[in-house]
Ligand binder design. Structure first.
Ligand code: AHR
Length: 516
Protein backbone atom coordinates (compact mmCIF):
# COMPACT_ATOMS: atom_id res chain seq x y z
CA UNK A 1 0.00 0.00 0.00
CA UNK A 2 1.45 3.37 -0.99
CA UNK A 3 1.37 5.93 1.75
CA UNK A 4 0.02 9.43 1.51
CA UNK A 5 -0.27 12.20 4.06
CA UNK A 6 -3.82 13.04 5.06
CA UNK A 7 -4.89 16.28 6.69
CA UNK A 8 -7.01 17.09 9.74
CA UNK A 9 -7.92 20.00 11.95
CA UNK A 10 -8.88 20.05 15.61
CA UNK A 11 -10.45 23.00 17.38
CA UNK A 12 -10.41 22.83 21.17
CA UNK A 13 -12.49 25.20 23.28
CA UNK A 14 -10.18 25.51 26.26
CA UNK A 15 -12.46 27.97 28.08
CA UNK A 16 -15.47 25.63 28.02
CA UNK A 17 -16.08 22.24 29.54
CA UNK A 18 -18.50 21.31 32.27
CA UNK A 19 -17.76 17.66 32.95
CA UNK A 20 -14.91 16.06 34.80
CA UNK A 21 -13.28 12.97 33.32
CA UNK A 22 -13.78 10.68 36.28
CA UNK A 23 -10.47 9.04 37.10
CA UNK A 24 -12.33 5.72 37.40
CA UNK A 25 -12.57 5.63 33.59
CA UNK A 26 -8.99 4.34 33.92
CA UNK A 27 -10.12 1.43 36.13
CA UNK A 28 -9.20 -2.24 35.99
CA UNK A 29 -10.78 -5.63 36.41
CA UNK A 30 -9.06 -8.63 38.03
CA UNK A 31 -10.87 -11.96 38.18
CA UNK A 32 -10.05 -15.38 39.58
CA UNK A 33 -9.35 -16.46 36.03
CA UNK A 34 -6.24 -18.13 34.66
CA UNK A 35 -3.10 -16.41 35.93
CA UNK A 36 -4.60 -13.03 36.78
CA UNK A 37 -4.94 -13.26 40.56
CA UNK A 38 -2.76 -16.31 41.22
CA UNK A 39 0.78 -15.88 39.81
CA UNK A 40 -0.06 -12.49 38.29
CA UNK A 41 -0.89 -10.61 41.48
CA UNK A 42 -0.74 -13.04 44.38
CA UNK A 43 2.15 -15.45 44.84
CA UNK A 44 1.80 -16.17 48.57
CA UNK A 45 4.05 -14.86 51.29
CA UNK A 46 6.51 -17.79 51.05
CA UNK A 47 7.23 -17.15 47.36
CA UNK A 48 10.80 -16.24 46.29
CA UNK A 49 9.19 -13.52 44.15
CA UNK A 50 9.40 -10.27 46.15
CA UNK A 51 6.03 -9.66 47.77
CA UNK A 52 4.15 -7.95 50.57
CA UNK A 53 1.75 -10.33 52.31
CA UNK A 54 1.87 -12.48 49.18
CA UNK A 55 1.19 -9.62 46.74
CA UNK A 56 3.90 -9.07 44.10
CA UNK A 57 5.73 -5.81 44.64
CA UNK A 58 6.74 -5.43 40.97
CA UNK A 59 3.08 -5.48 39.95
CA UNK A 60 2.11 -3.00 42.65
CA UNK A 61 4.86 -0.60 41.57
CA UNK A 62 3.89 -0.83 37.89
CA UNK A 63 0.18 -0.30 38.56
CA UNK A 64 0.82 2.61 40.91
CA UNK A 65 2.81 4.28 38.15
CA UNK A 66 -0.28 4.39 35.91
CA UNK A 67 -2.36 5.59 38.88
CA UNK A 68 -4.83 2.72 38.85
CA UNK A 69 -7.91 4.36 40.39
CA UNK A 70 -10.28 1.43 40.97
CA UNK A 71 -10.10 -2.36 40.83
CA UNK A 72 -13.07 -4.67 40.24
CA UNK A 73 -12.96 -8.16 41.84
CA UNK A 74 -13.54 -11.21 42.11
CA UNK A 75 -15.30 -11.55 38.72
CA UNK A 76 -16.65 -11.77 36.09
CA UNK A 77 -18.42 -15.06 35.79
CA UNK A 78 -16.49 -16.20 38.85
CA UNK A 79 -18.38 -13.71 41.02
CA UNK A 80 -21.69 -15.55 40.68
CA UNK A 81 -20.09 -18.78 41.89
CA UNK A 82 -18.04 -17.24 44.64
CA UNK A 83 -18.98 -17.73 48.27
CA UNK A 84 -17.05 -15.13 50.21
CA UNK A 85 -16.98 -17.03 53.51
CA UNK A 86 -14.75 -19.64 51.80
CA UNK A 87 -12.10 -16.94 51.42
CA UNK A 88 -11.69 -15.69 55.01
CA UNK A 89 -9.93 -17.04 58.11
CA UNK A 90 -6.64 -18.94 58.30
CA UNK A 91 -5.55 -19.78 54.72
CA UNK A 92 -4.87 -23.44 55.57
CA UNK A 93 -8.48 -23.93 56.66
CA UNK A 94 -10.07 -22.36 53.60
CA UNK A 95 -12.30 -24.49 51.46
CA UNK A 96 -11.11 -25.51 48.02
CA UNK A 97 -13.48 -25.31 45.06
CA UNK A 98 -13.44 -25.96 41.32
CA UNK A 99 -13.33 -22.90 39.13
CA UNK A 100 -15.84 -24.36 36.69
CA UNK A 101 -15.94 -21.32 34.41
CA UNK A 102 -12.25 -20.94 33.94
CA UNK A 103 -10.27 -24.06 33.16
CA UNK A 104 -11.75 -26.31 35.87
CA UNK A 105 -8.77 -25.65 38.11
CA UNK A 106 -8.77 -25.85 41.90
CA UNK A 107 -9.37 -22.54 43.61
CA UNK A 108 -7.86 -22.72 47.09
CA UNK A 109 -9.36 -19.42 48.22
CA UNK A 110 -6.00 -18.20 49.52
CA UNK A 111 -6.79 -14.81 47.96
CA UNK A 112 -10.00 -13.60 49.60
CA UNK A 113 -11.60 -10.47 51.01
CA UNK A 114 -8.74 -9.41 53.31
CA UNK A 115 -6.10 -10.01 50.64
CA UNK A 116 -8.12 -7.98 48.14
CA UNK A 117 -8.37 -5.00 50.47
CA UNK A 118 -4.64 -5.28 51.20
CA UNK A 119 -3.98 -5.18 47.45
CA UNK A 120 -6.12 -2.05 47.04
CA UNK A 121 -4.38 -0.43 50.01
CA UNK A 122 -0.97 -1.09 48.40
CA UNK A 123 -2.23 0.22 45.06
CA UNK A 124 -3.94 3.19 46.73
CA UNK A 125 -7.00 2.51 44.61
CA UNK A 126 -10.73 2.16 45.31
CA UNK A 127 -11.91 -1.43 45.73
CA UNK A 128 -14.95 -2.51 43.73
CA UNK A 129 -16.46 -5.83 44.84
CA UNK A 130 -18.94 -7.77 42.72
CA UNK A 131 -21.46 -9.90 44.66
CA UNK A 132 -23.12 -13.20 43.84
CA UNK A 133 -26.72 -13.09 42.58
CA UNK A 134 -26.58 -16.12 40.25
CA UNK A 135 -25.94 -18.78 42.90
CA UNK A 136 -25.85 -16.83 46.15
CA UNK A 137 -28.55 -15.70 48.51
CA UNK A 138 -29.70 -12.27 49.60
CA UNK A 139 -28.47 -13.13 53.10
CA UNK A 140 -25.00 -14.07 51.84
CA UNK A 141 -24.70 -10.80 49.97
CA UNK A 142 -25.98 -8.66 52.79
CA UNK A 143 -23.67 -10.38 55.30
CA UNK A 144 -20.66 -9.72 53.08
CA UNK A 145 -21.47 -6.02 53.10
CA UNK A 146 -21.94 -6.08 56.87
CA UNK A 147 -18.57 -7.89 57.19
CA UNK A 148 -16.80 -5.30 55.07
CA UNK A 149 -18.47 -2.14 56.27
CA UNK A 150 -19.97 -2.33 59.75
CA UNK A 151 -17.90 -0.71 62.49
CA UNK A 152 -20.11 -1.71 65.44
CA UNK A 153 -20.91 -4.89 67.27
CA UNK A 154 -22.52 -7.56 65.05
CA UNK A 155 -21.91 -11.18 64.06
CA UNK A 156 -20.22 -10.28 60.77
CA UNK A 157 -18.27 -7.30 62.12
CA UNK A 158 -17.00 -9.49 64.96
CA UNK A 159 -16.01 -12.21 62.50
CA UNK A 160 -13.98 -9.64 60.56
CA UNK A 161 -12.23 -8.62 63.77
CA UNK A 162 -11.44 -12.25 64.57
CA UNK A 163 -9.80 -12.39 61.15
CA UNK A 164 -7.52 -9.49 61.94
CA UNK A 165 -9.27 -6.35 60.67
CA UNK A 166 -10.50 -4.23 63.57
CA UNK A 167 -11.74 -1.41 61.35
CA UNK A 168 -14.33 -1.75 58.62
CA UNK A 169 -13.04 -1.61 55.05
CA UNK A 170 -15.65 1.01 54.05
CA UNK A 171 -16.20 -0.40 50.59
CA UNK A 172 -17.92 2.04 48.25
CA UNK A 173 -18.39 0.31 44.90
CA UNK A 174 -20.53 -2.83 44.99
CA UNK A 175 -21.81 -4.77 41.97
CA UNK A 176 -25.07 -6.67 42.37
CA UNK A 177 -24.19 -9.68 40.21
CA UNK A 178 -22.32 -10.03 36.94
CA UNK A 179 -23.66 -10.74 33.45
CA UNK A 180 -26.92 -12.05 34.86
CA UNK A 181 -28.15 -12.26 31.27
CA UNK A 182 -25.45 -14.93 30.73
CA UNK A 183 -23.07 -16.72 33.08
CA UNK A 184 -24.70 -15.03 36.09
CA UNK A 185 -27.97 -16.96 35.78
CA UNK A 186 -29.17 -16.62 32.15
CA UNK A 187 -32.00 -14.36 33.27
CA UNK A 188 -34.37 -12.22 31.33
CA UNK A 189 -34.12 -8.49 32.03
CA UNK A 190 -37.52 -8.54 33.75
CA UNK A 191 -36.46 -11.30 36.16
CA UNK A 192 -33.11 -9.68 36.98
CA UNK A 193 -34.73 -6.26 37.48
CA UNK A 194 -36.94 -7.74 40.20
CA UNK A 195 -34.06 -9.65 41.77
CA UNK A 196 -31.89 -6.54 41.63
CA UNK A 197 -34.52 -4.62 43.61
CA UNK A 198 -34.64 -7.38 46.19
CA UNK A 199 -30.86 -7.80 46.59
CA UNK A 200 -30.17 -4.06 46.47
CA UNK A 201 -32.66 -3.52 49.30
CA UNK A 202 -30.32 -5.45 51.62
CA UNK A 203 -27.16 -3.73 50.41
CA UNK A 204 -27.12 -1.56 53.54
CA UNK A 205 -25.19 1.58 54.28
CA UNK A 206 -23.20 1.52 57.52
CA UNK A 207 -21.99 4.59 59.39
CA UNK A 208 -21.01 7.40 57.05
CA UNK A 209 -20.29 5.03 54.22
CA UNK A 210 -22.75 5.16 51.32
CA UNK A 211 -22.64 2.25 48.91
CA UNK A 212 -22.46 2.95 45.20
CA UNK A 213 -24.61 0.12 43.84
CA UNK A 214 -23.84 -1.06 40.34
CA UNK A 215 -26.48 -3.12 38.57
CA UNK A 216 -25.71 -5.66 35.89
CA UNK A 217 -26.26 -3.83 32.64
CA UNK A 218 -26.53 -4.87 29.03
CA UNK A 219 -24.31 -6.94 26.83
CA UNK A 220 -23.28 -4.99 23.73
CA UNK A 221 -26.43 -3.69 22.01
CA UNK A 222 -29.08 -5.24 24.25
CA UNK A 223 -31.09 -2.01 24.50
CA UNK A 224 -34.09 -3.86 25.91
CA UNK A 225 -32.02 -4.73 29.01
CA UNK A 226 -31.13 -1.08 29.57
CA UNK A 227 -34.73 0.01 29.15
CA UNK A 228 -36.12 -2.54 31.58
CA UNK A 229 -33.44 -1.90 34.18
CA UNK A 230 -33.84 1.86 34.06
CA UNK A 231 -37.60 1.69 34.10
CA UNK A 232 -37.92 -0.87 36.90
CA UNK A 233 -34.87 -0.25 39.07
CA UNK A 234 -33.20 2.98 37.95
CA UNK A 235 -34.16 4.65 41.23
CA UNK A 236 -32.24 2.04 43.24
CA UNK A 237 -28.86 2.12 41.53
CA UNK A 238 -25.93 4.48 41.14
CA UNK A 239 -24.45 2.73 38.11
CA UNK A 240 -25.48 0.42 35.28
CA UNK A 241 -22.73 -1.81 33.91
CA UNK A 242 -22.29 -2.30 30.15
CA UNK A 243 -19.98 -5.09 28.95
CA UNK A 244 -18.51 -4.77 25.48
CA UNK A 245 -15.52 -6.66 24.11
CA UNK A 246 -13.68 -5.65 20.97
CA UNK A 247 -13.51 -8.91 19.12
CA UNK A 248 -14.03 -10.60 15.81
CA UNK A 249 -15.58 -13.96 15.38
CA UNK A 250 -15.73 -16.46 12.57
CA UNK A 251 -18.55 -14.67 10.84
CA UNK A 252 -18.05 -11.09 11.90
CA UNK A 253 -19.26 -8.74 9.22
CA UNK A 254 -18.85 -5.05 9.43
CA UNK A 255 -21.52 -3.12 7.64
CA UNK A 256 -23.18 0.23 7.64
CA UNK A 257 -26.39 0.59 9.58
CA UNK A 258 -29.34 1.58 7.44
CA UNK A 259 -29.74 4.68 9.64
CA UNK A 260 -26.30 6.13 9.15
CA UNK A 261 -22.61 5.63 8.82
CA UNK A 262 -22.28 3.44 11.85
CA UNK A 263 -20.73 0.05 12.24
CA UNK A 264 -22.82 -2.98 13.00
CA UNK A 265 -21.24 -6.23 14.05
CA UNK A 266 -22.90 -9.54 13.33
CA UNK A 267 -21.81 -13.09 13.89
CA UNK A 268 -22.55 -16.01 16.12
CA UNK A 269 -19.69 -18.41 15.50
CA UNK A 270 -16.98 -18.83 18.12
CA UNK A 271 -14.31 -16.24 17.54
CA UNK A 272 -11.14 -17.30 15.79
CA UNK A 273 -8.48 -14.69 15.53
CA UNK A 274 -4.92 -14.51 16.72
CA UNK A 275 -3.69 -11.66 18.91
CA UNK A 276 -0.40 -11.40 17.02
CA UNK A 277 -0.93 -12.91 13.57
CA UNK A 278 -3.33 -10.75 11.63
CA UNK A 279 -3.51 -8.79 8.42
CA UNK A 280 -4.50 -5.25 7.50
CA UNK A 281 -8.16 -6.25 7.23
CA UNK A 282 -8.22 -7.65 10.77
CA UNK A 283 -6.42 -4.53 11.98
CA UNK A 284 -9.16 -2.42 10.42
CA UNK A 285 -11.94 -4.62 11.80
CA UNK A 286 -10.67 -4.22 15.36
CA UNK A 287 -10.45 -0.44 14.93
CA UNK A 288 -14.03 -0.43 13.64
CA UNK A 289 -15.17 -2.62 16.55
CA UNK A 290 -13.49 -0.20 18.97
CA UNK A 291 -15.32 2.70 17.29
CA UNK A 292 -18.58 0.80 17.72
CA UNK A 293 -18.23 1.63 21.45
CA UNK A 294 -19.27 5.19 20.60
CA UNK A 295 -22.56 4.03 19.11
CA UNK A 296 -23.23 1.74 22.08
CA UNK A 297 -22.54 4.47 24.62
CA UNK A 298 -24.72 6.97 22.75
CA UNK A 299 -27.67 4.62 22.34
CA UNK A 300 -27.62 3.23 25.89
CA UNK A 301 -27.24 6.81 27.20
CA UNK A 302 -30.23 7.96 25.19
CA UNK A 303 -32.37 5.29 26.85
CA UNK A 304 -30.97 6.22 30.26
CA UNK A 305 -31.77 9.89 29.58
CA UNK A 306 -35.44 8.96 29.16
CA UNK A 307 -35.65 7.63 32.71
CA UNK A 308 -32.87 9.65 34.31
CA UNK A 309 -32.65 13.05 32.59
CA UNK A 310 -30.39 14.44 35.30
CA UNK A 311 -27.84 11.69 34.71
CA UNK A 312 -27.76 10.50 38.30
CA UNK A 313 -27.07 6.93 37.22
CA UNK A 314 -23.67 6.38 35.64
CA UNK A 315 -23.03 4.17 32.66
CA UNK A 316 -20.16 1.99 33.84
CA UNK A 317 -18.15 0.23 31.14
CA UNK A 318 -17.55 -2.60 33.54
CA UNK A 319 -15.63 -4.89 31.19
CA UNK A 320 -14.03 -3.81 27.94
CA UNK A 321 -11.03 -4.69 25.81
CA UNK A 322 -9.90 -6.94 23.00
CA UNK A 323 -10.65 -10.66 23.03
CA UNK A 324 -8.56 -12.94 20.79
CA UNK A 325 -7.64 -16.61 20.69
CA UNK A 326 -5.49 -17.78 23.57
CA UNK A 327 -1.76 -18.04 22.90
CA UNK A 328 -1.02 -21.46 21.36
CA UNK A 329 -0.19 -24.10 23.97
CA UNK A 330 -1.92 -22.29 26.83
CA UNK A 331 -5.03 -23.44 28.71
CA UNK A 332 -8.06 -22.33 26.63
CA UNK A 333 -9.87 -21.53 29.89
CA UNK A 334 -7.17 -19.08 30.97
CA UNK A 335 -7.74 -16.48 28.22
CA UNK A 336 -4.06 -15.59 27.99
CA UNK A 337 -3.35 -13.45 24.93
CA UNK A 338 -0.50 -11.27 23.68
CA UNK A 339 -0.91 -7.56 23.10
CA UNK A 340 0.28 -5.60 20.05
CA UNK A 341 0.20 -2.14 18.54
CA UNK A 342 -3.35 -3.04 17.49
CA UNK A 343 -4.35 -3.32 21.16
CA UNK A 344 -2.66 -0.02 21.93
CA UNK A 345 -4.44 1.94 19.21
CA UNK A 346 -7.83 0.33 19.87
CA UNK A 347 -7.47 1.06 23.62
CA UNK A 348 -6.72 4.69 22.79
CA UNK A 349 -9.89 4.88 20.67
CA UNK A 350 -11.98 3.38 23.49
CA UNK A 351 -10.52 5.64 26.18
CA UNK A 352 -11.04 8.74 24.03
CA UNK A 353 -14.68 7.68 23.58
CA UNK A 354 -15.15 7.21 27.33
CA UNK A 355 -13.58 10.61 28.01
CA UNK A 356 -15.83 12.28 25.46
CA UNK A 357 -18.90 10.80 27.17
CA UNK A 358 -17.79 11.84 30.65
CA UNK A 359 -21.25 13.25 31.36
CA UNK A 360 -22.62 9.69 31.63
CA UNK A 361 -19.59 7.37 31.68
CA UNK A 362 -17.99 7.55 35.11
CA UNK A 363 -16.10 4.30 35.34
CA UNK A 364 -14.59 1.78 32.92
CA UNK A 365 -12.62 -1.34 33.80
CA UNK A 366 -10.30 -2.93 31.29
CA UNK A 367 -10.46 -6.72 31.13
CA UNK A 368 -8.18 -7.72 32.65
CA UNK A 369 -5.25 -6.31 34.57
CA UNK A 370 -2.73 -9.16 34.31
CA UNK A 371 -2.27 -12.23 32.08
CA UNK A 372 -5.91 -12.28 30.88
CA UNK A 373 -7.40 -10.79 27.67
CA UNK A 374 -6.19 -7.21 27.04
CA UNK A 375 -3.79 -7.26 29.96
CA UNK A 376 -1.59 -4.31 30.81
CA UNK A 377 1.02 -6.64 32.35
CA UNK A 378 2.16 -10.16 31.48
CA UNK A 379 4.16 -12.35 33.84
CA UNK A 380 6.27 -15.47 33.49
CA UNK A 381 7.53 -16.70 36.86
CA UNK A 382 9.37 -13.81 38.45
CA UNK A 383 9.53 -11.89 35.16
CA UNK A 384 7.07 -9.19 34.21
CA UNK A 385 6.56 -7.16 31.01
CA UNK A 386 4.47 -4.10 30.29
CA UNK A 387 2.24 -4.41 27.24
CA UNK A 388 1.56 -1.68 24.65
CA UNK A 389 -1.83 -1.21 26.39
CA UNK A 390 -0.01 -0.43 29.66
CA UNK A 391 1.78 2.42 27.92
CA UNK A 392 -1.56 3.83 26.73
CA UNK A 393 -2.81 3.93 30.32
CA UNK A 394 0.44 5.61 31.34
CA UNK A 395 0.21 8.11 28.51
CA UNK A 396 -3.48 8.96 29.14
CA UNK A 397 -3.20 9.29 32.94
CA UNK A 398 -3.18 13.14 32.98
CA UNK A 399 -6.83 12.97 31.85
CA UNK A 400 -7.77 11.51 35.25
CA UNK A 401 -10.06 14.00 37.02
CA UNK A 402 -9.30 16.72 34.45
CA UNK A 403 -12.08 18.83 32.90
CA UNK A 404 -13.25 17.49 29.55
CA UNK A 405 -12.89 20.11 26.81
CA UNK A 406 -15.20 20.26 23.79
CA UNK A 407 -13.46 19.60 20.48
CA UNK A 408 -14.43 19.70 16.89
CA UNK A 409 -12.55 17.51 14.46
CA UNK A 410 -12.36 17.62 10.70
CA UNK A 411 -10.45 14.61 9.42
CA UNK A 412 -10.33 12.45 6.34
CA UNK A 413 -11.78 9.04 7.10
CA UNK A 414 -9.95 5.75 7.36
CA UNK A 415 -11.75 3.37 4.97
CA UNK A 416 -11.53 -0.22 3.88
CA UNK A 417 -13.92 -2.39 1.89
CA UNK A 418 -16.59 0.29 1.77
CA UNK A 419 -16.60 0.89 5.54
CA UNK A 420 -15.26 4.11 7.01
CA UNK A 421 -14.32 5.16 10.50
CA UNK A 422 -13.04 8.56 11.62
CA UNK A 423 -9.46 9.17 10.54
CA UNK A 424 -8.41 10.31 14.02
CA UNK A 425 -9.62 9.65 17.54
CA UNK A 426 -9.17 12.57 19.92
CA UNK A 427 -10.06 13.80 23.39
CA UNK A 428 -8.96 16.90 25.26
CA UNK A 429 -8.99 18.03 28.86
CA UNK A 430 -7.79 20.81 31.11
CA UNK A 431 -5.69 19.38 33.91
CA UNK A 432 -5.56 20.64 37.48
CA UNK A 433 -2.33 22.45 36.54
CA UNK A 434 -4.44 24.21 33.85
CA UNK A 435 -2.52 22.65 30.98
CA UNK A 436 -4.46 21.51 27.94
CA UNK A 437 -3.95 17.78 27.48
CA UNK A 438 -4.75 16.10 24.16
CA UNK A 439 -4.66 12.43 23.23
CA UNK A 440 -4.74 11.61 19.53
CA UNK A 441 -4.79 8.19 17.86
CA UNK A 442 -4.19 7.65 14.16
CA UNK A 443 -5.67 4.20 13.40
CA UNK A 444 -4.52 4.19 9.77
CA UNK A 445 -1.52 1.84 9.53
CA UNK A 446 -0.29 3.37 6.26
CA UNK A 447 -0.92 7.09 6.24
CA UNK A 448 0.29 9.89 8.46
CA UNK A 449 -1.97 12.84 9.22
CA UNK A 450 -0.86 16.47 8.94
CA UNK A 451 -2.75 17.96 11.88
CA UNK A 452 -3.38 21.58 12.74
CA UNK A 453 -4.70 22.42 16.18
CA UNK A 454 -6.45 25.55 17.25
CA UNK A 455 -6.64 25.79 21.05
CA UNK A 456 -9.03 28.65 21.70
CA UNK A 457 -8.71 31.15 23.24
CA UNK A 458 -5.20 30.29 24.42
CA UNK A 459 -1.82 31.26 23.17
CA UNK A 460 0.36 28.19 23.51
CA UNK A 461 3.68 28.83 25.23
CA UNK A 462 5.21 25.36 25.17
CA UNK A 463 4.38 21.78 24.24
CA UNK A 464 5.54 18.44 25.54
CA UNK A 465 4.61 15.27 23.71
CA UNK A 466 4.83 11.49 23.91
CA UNK A 467 4.21 8.81 21.30
CA UNK A 468 3.51 5.09 21.09
CA UNK A 469 4.21 3.63 17.67
CA UNK A 470 6.20 0.86 16.04
CA UNK A 471 7.22 -0.24 12.58
CA UNK A 472 4.81 -3.18 12.28
CA UNK A 473 1.20 -3.48 13.38
CA UNK A 474 1.91 -6.89 14.92
CA UNK A 475 4.77 -5.57 17.09
CA UNK A 476 4.53 -6.53 20.74
CA UNK A 477 6.65 -6.93 23.82
CA UNK A 478 8.07 -10.29 24.82
CA UNK A 479 10.11 -11.51 27.77
CA UNK A 480 13.11 -11.52 25.41
CA UNK A 481 12.37 -8.07 23.98
CA UNK A 482 10.32 -6.23 26.61
CA UNK A 483 10.66 -2.72 25.18
CA UNK A 484 9.86 -3.20 21.52
CA UNK A 485 6.71 -1.07 21.93
CA UNK A 486 7.12 1.69 24.47
CA UNK A 487 6.38 5.30 25.25
CA UNK A 488 8.85 7.80 23.73
CA UNK A 489 9.15 11.56 23.54
CA UNK A 490 7.38 13.24 20.65
CA UNK A 491 8.99 16.52 19.68
CA UNK A 492 7.38 17.10 16.29
CA UNK A 493 4.51 19.35 17.47
CA UNK A 494 5.36 23.00 16.73
CA UNK A 495 3.79 26.27 17.75
CA UNK A 496 3.27 28.40 14.63
CA UNK A 497 1.53 31.71 13.95
CA UNK A 498 -1.48 29.81 12.67
CA UNK A 499 -1.77 27.36 15.56
CA UNK A 500 -0.04 24.15 16.56
CA UNK A 501 1.04 21.79 13.80
CA UNK A 502 2.14 18.18 14.02
CA UNK A 503 2.43 15.24 11.72
CA UNK A 504 0.76 12.28 13.43
CA UNK A 505 2.55 9.17 12.14
CA UNK A 506 0.58 6.25 10.76
CA UNK A 507 -0.50 3.78 13.45
CA UNK A 508 0.42 5.92 16.42
CA UNK A 509 -0.96 7.38 19.62
CA UNK A 510 0.25 10.83 20.63
CA UNK A 511 -0.29 12.80 23.83
CA UNK A 512 0.37 16.53 23.95
CA UNK A 513 0.59 18.71 27.03
CA UNK A 514 0.12 22.30 25.97
CA UNK A 515 1.08 25.01 28.43
CA UNK A 516 -0.76 28.24 27.69
O1 AHR B 1 -13.43 -11.21 31.31
C1 AHR B 1 -13.76 -12.54 31.05
C2 AHR B 1 -15.25 -12.82 31.18
O2 AHR B 1 -15.93 -12.10 30.21
C3 AHR B 1 -15.89 -12.40 32.47
O3 AHR B 1 -15.75 -13.35 33.47
C4 AHR B 1 -17.32 -12.26 32.09
O4 AHR B 1 -17.99 -11.32 32.88
C5 AHR B 1 -17.25 -11.87 30.62
O5 AHR B 1 -18.10 -12.64 29.85
Amino acid sequence: MSSKVKTAKITVSADLGTHVINRNIYGHFAEHLGRCIYEGIFVGKNSPIPNKKGIRTDIVDALRKIKIPVLRWPGGCFADEYHWKDGIGPAENRKKMINTHWGGVVEDNSFGTHEFFKLCELLECEPYVCGNVGSGSVQEMSEWIEYMNFGGESPMANLRRENGSENPFNLKYFGVGNENWGCGGNMRAEKYADLYRQYATYCRNYGDNTLYRIACGPNDDNYHWTKVMMREAGHMMEGLALHYYTRLNGSTILSKNPDGNQIRIRGEKPFASSAIEFDAQEWFDIMACAWHTDELVRKHSTIMDEYDPHKKVALIIDEWGTWFDVEPGTNPGFLYQQNTMRDAVSAAISLNIFNNHADRVRMANIAQTINVLQAVILTEGEKMILTPTYHIFDQFSPHQDAALLPISLEAQEYSRGGISIPGLSVSASKTKARDVFLTIANPDPDNAVELSMDIRPCVAKSIEGSIITSSKMQDHNTFEEPDKVRLSNFNAAKITESGIKAQIPAMSVIALKIVA
